[in-house]
Design a protein around this ligand. Structure first.
Ligand code: CP3
Length: 354
């Protein structure tokens, strides 16, 4: 221990955190837990801080980003922080005219539907997002031994917002472009892969200790279409950050039939939604990858005894995976009682202690 200096100590403990150990499929003292969308509207302290500041403006203010990211860590004692930002921030940063409308989501002024429209998608450089570098740097200092997860939107999910012009249930214009002009589609998702890679690199170089690639809407695709039209671009993104050695988590909703390919894309950890049990997900994903998930986000509205029973089911099924990070099957719903989340963290820790 004599050679452990004060400056190397915090670093060593982040590396040894339960979250990063589980990502690496190493033994853990307890199953680590964090929640997608843990920073946000379920917290009164978040709503107070955000009052009068538009979502995208708040993402560009390092002081706000730092505080909002820390709020759920302090309150719930989760094992990881997720950087407060949004998947459309890098698109905004390269000059795409878009906004996040409260209760709606990202809305794009000039949707991308032709080859000429592709010119809107220039490369992203670190100079486009100085506030990201600053906020990540601040956070890593404040978080101490708690790892920070950086993230980005995957090419398909970003393409859906850009082509539809906003949130979409059926992704009809997106699929029309994918089937109708496969070359334009391939160029579009390849451009987005470049931008996404650059955005992830900024976060990793500033100190993020894991990244999550959100392909939230990829579950809208058949396995064959995913393989032909989306997998190459997502693979390119995950490969572009492989050399940093930080765990790469890859998540989407409704991806039961795509899970093996989510792993093949280059994920160290595959995120699973609530529709299939983790032991079955482990069989589908195959060896060599950890899993993250997958309590139904709506379960936390039930009485505590039911929440606890459902969480225990997730923990038991999670033993079928080589590494397990407890999470919800999708994001925290806005009306969630934050006290239930705090209780859930404590329960996962004590029930899984070994
Ligand atoms: O706590 C965290 O998880 C970190 C912050 C985070 C946000 N968005 C903040 C946010 C993360 C990781 C995201 C990712 C994101 N954004 C995804 C992928 C994850 C997923 O849920 O599948 C997607 C698809 C988006 C696009 C987006 N941005 C949507 C669908 C919405 C919600 C629209 C609404 O108001 O219902 C947003 C806005 C957004 N992003 C909010 C937050 C906290 C709400 C804005 C507000 O507080 O007014």
């Amino acid at each position: 221990m004599a050679d452990v200096t004060e400056t190397s100590l915090p670093h060593a403990t982040v590396r040894d955190s339960a979250f990063l150990r589980a990502c690496r499929r190493e033994p853990v003292p307890h199953t680590p837990v964090w929640f997608m969308r843990q920073a946000g509207r379920s917290l009164p302290e978040y709503r107070k801080l955000r009052e009068g500041t538009a979502m995208l403006d708040s993402c560009m203010r390092p002081d706000l980003v730092t505080e909002i990211t820390l709020q759920p860590v302090r309150r719930h004692g989760v094992d990881a922080a997720i950087f407060f930002s949004d998947i459309v921030v890098p698109l905004k940063a390269i000059g795409i005219d878009l906004d996040i409308k409260p209760g709606v989501g990202p809305v794009v002024a000039n949707p991308i539907r032709s080859r000429d429209d592709l010119a809107q998608l220039r490369d992203l450089t670190p100079d486009d997002v100085p506030y990201i570098t600053e906020a990540v740097g601040q956070l890593v200092g404040e978080l101490g031994a708690t790892p920070l997860i950086g993230f980005a939107g995957a090419p398909f999910t970003l393409a859906s917002y850009l082509v539809e012009g906003g949130p979409s249930k059926n992704h009809e214009r997106t699929k029309a472009l994918m089937y109708g002009d496969p070359r334009l589609w391939a160029d579009l998702v390849d451009r987005l892969a470049e931008i996404t890679s650059a955005f992830l690199k900024v976060q990793i170089e500033a100190g993020a200790s894991a990244i999550q690639l959100f392909d939230s809407w990829a579950g809208a695709l058949s396995a064959a279409d995913y393989r032909a039209s989306v997998l190459p671009a997502s693979t390119k993104v995950l490969a572009s950050v492989e050399h940093y050695g930080v765990p790469r988590i890859h998540f989407g909703v409704g991806t039961g039939e795509l899970l093996r390919m989510f792993g093949e894309a280059g994920a160290d950890v595959v995120g699973v939604d609530w529709r299939i049990p983790l032991d079955e997900a482990a069989r589908r994903v195959g060896p060599g990858r950890a899993l993250q998930g997958n309590l139904d986000s709506a379960v936390v509205f039930a009485p505590w005894e039911a929440v606890r029973a459902k969480a225990d089911e997730v923990l038991v099924a999670g033993r079928g995976a080589e590494g397990h990070i407890f999470n919800l099957g999708h994001g925290v719903l806005p009306n969630t009682d934050p006290e239930v989340l705090t209780r859930l963290v404590a329960h996962v820790h004590s029930a899984s202690a070994r």
